[in-house]
Structure formats: C-alpha cells, structure tokens
Design a protein around this ligand. Structure first.
Ligand code: ACO
Length: 276
C-alpha cells in the first residue's frame, strides 16, 4: 500500500516526479510560523527522508507569502506565558526543522521564495542547499522594526551567506529588499519572474534528480562540514570522505565514470553526467 502523504494541516506536501513540494500552509497569516507548524514540519521532513516519492525537497509557501517569519501571536505570545521547560520545547522544535534537520538533510533541498520573507524565515531559507526567488518577492530582517533582535539563529545564519557590511545594514535598518537584491546579497541563487518560478525550480530539481544520489548527498555534507574545519582537518576529512563515498555508493559511480571516460571514451565529465 502507498504510504500516506505526510502533513495536511499547516504543512502541505505534493509529490510530482521525484519532487516533494513542501508548502507552509497558513496563507491567511502569510505563513507565519506557529508552534504547531514546527511540530508538523518536523514530522513531514522526517517522513520524506525515507519516502521514495521524494528525491528533492522544495520548501515554499501557499498563497502570497513564503513566510512572514515567526508568528508573533502563535509563537511568541503563545510561548511567553509557558513554563521555562515548555518554552524550551517549543524553541527546540523550531530549531530542529529550521536549521538542524534542513542543514544536514539526506536529500537535496531548494527554497522557492514565492513572496514575503521576513525575520525567522531567513533560517530555513539559508539552510536549504539552494534558493530560487520571485524577483518581486519582498525580504526583510524586520526584527528591529518591532523591538527585537534577529534571534533564533537568524544572525548566525545570515553571516554564512552575506558579508558583514550588508548583513549589519539590514539587521540595523530593517529595510526591505526584493528578490534581485536577495541574489546580489547571496541569499538566493536566482531571481526569476513569478510566472517562471515553479518551472525554473522544477528544472533545477530535475538536474539534481539526474545525479547519483549517494554522491550528491556526500558532496553536500562534505561541503557543509568541511566549511567549519581547519585546512588540516578538512584535507584529512575530505580525503577520507572520498573513500567512504566510494564504499557506500551502490552505483559504484566512480568506477563507472572512470570506465566510461578512460576505456570506453563514451562521455566527457567536464560536459555532463556518466550514463547511470
Ligand atoms: N505573526 C503573526 N501574525 C502575522 C504575521 C506574523 N509574523 N504576519 C502576518 N500575520 C497576520 C496578520 O496579523 C493578519 O492577521 P489577521 O487577518 O488575523 O488580522 C494576517 O496575517 C494578514 O496580515 P496583513 O498584515 O493584513 O497582510 P498584508 O498582506 O497587508 O502584509 C506583511 C503582509 C507585510 C507580511 C505583514 O503581515 C507583516 O509585516 N507581517 C509581519 C512580518 C514580520 O516582521 N515578521 C516577523 C519577523 S521577526 C521574526 O520572525 C523573529
């Protein structure tokens, strides 16, 4: 029997040819993120990791927003009154999906920014591997505008993709900017007109689906972990990671690649994939 589709309340999932479109589903609240959404998103991402219908996750929003950030009512005000332990649990649930899970997810992830993207939404945006945005989407580190600092892990997350001058400018001014600017700032790979957003995102996802999934996973992990190591450690780790990749790859990709290029002369690695 087919597995049930995960989510269904504040998170919707749609499968399409190997792509799982994971949608924040609180359009009336501009997809502001509540405590309930965090719990549901953790279940959804956990389920998709071992679901064969999902080869790539696209994270996006229903309606006119990607996400208007943390829900000021159903996250902040709702947790302010809780005991310290209960509050800790709500924050942990948000931390879990927004960065811990996404950053080290077993499958490739693409954020598709379809509209408003504020504050806390920057964390899952940055922790997806790639991001494509509507050129007219509106972004902002709006925390300063309502009297808080970019918390959660937003300040840390932006420092991994934006330069200090740019990051501090937006942290301090709370000024909004558009999708084209988000690309210039390093927050997204590409900005496209709204009518091309889904097709372009699907095209990138299909490119990823064409790769050896084991090697693709190892390549993403190797990049993310080595970034925080010294050169000495990274060199040793990456050399070991190459061997480990070879060892765990059921496709024997490297052998195939070498054979097809050196012996059969049937493809050129500089120009495309080996035949899988
Ligand atoms: N938290 C709680 N409710 C929200 C949020 C939010 N972050 N964003 C929107 N909503 C709610 C509104 O309160 C409103 O609810 P109501 O219909 O029950 O009154 C509904 O969503 C629609 O919002 P509007 O403001 O009417 O929508 P509009 O399209 O005019 O504006 C915009 C959209 C610009 C996104 C605006 O809602 C906004 O500024 N939201 C807050 C953005 C923000 O600063 N988020 C917090 C970032 S900081 C952090 O995440 C830690």
């Amino acid at each position: 029997a087919e597995k049930p589709v995960p989510g269904g309340k504040e998170v919707l999932v749609e499968f399409e040819d190997g792509i799982a479109w994971v949608q924040l589903n609180r359009p009336a609240k501009r997809n502001a993120m509540s405590v309930g959404l965090a719990h549901e998103m953790n279940e959804v991402l956990d389920a998709l990791e071992t679901d064969d219908r999902c080869g790539v996750v696209v994270l996006t929003g229903v309606g006119e927003a990607f996400s208007a950030g943390m829900d000021l009512k159903d996250f902040f005000r709702a947790t302010d009154g809780l005991s310290d332990i209960e509050r800790h649990r709500a924050y942990r649930s948000t931390r879990a999906w927004q960065w811990r899970t996404l950053m080290h997810y077993a499958k490739p992830t693409i954020a598709m920014v379809n509209g408003w993207c504020f504050g806390g939404a920057f964390t899952p945006l940055i922790c997806c591997d790639l991001a494509v945005t509507d050129e007219k989407a509106v972004f902002g580190l709006s925390e300063i505008n309502w009297g808080v600092i970019p918390g959660g892990v937003v300040s840390k997350a932006i420092s991994t993709v934006m330069g200090d001058r740019q990051a501090l400018y937006y942290v301090m001014s709370g000024e909004k900017f558009d999708g084209a600017k988000a690309v210039a700032l390093g927050l997204a790979n590409e900005a496209v007109p709204k009518e091309q957003l889904r097709a372009r995102t699907a095209e990138i996802a299909r490119t990823l689906l064409g790769k050896n999934p084991t090697v693709l996973r190892q390549a993403r992990m190797a990049y993310k972990y080595s970034r925080e190591m010294t050169w000495e450690q990274a060199s040793e780790y990456l050399t070991a990671k190459v061997d480990q990749t070879n060892f765990v790859d059921p496709e024997r990709g490297k052998e195939q690649g070498l054979k097809q290029f050196l012996d059969e002369k049937s493809f050129r690695p500089g120009l495309g994939n080996y035949v899988r």
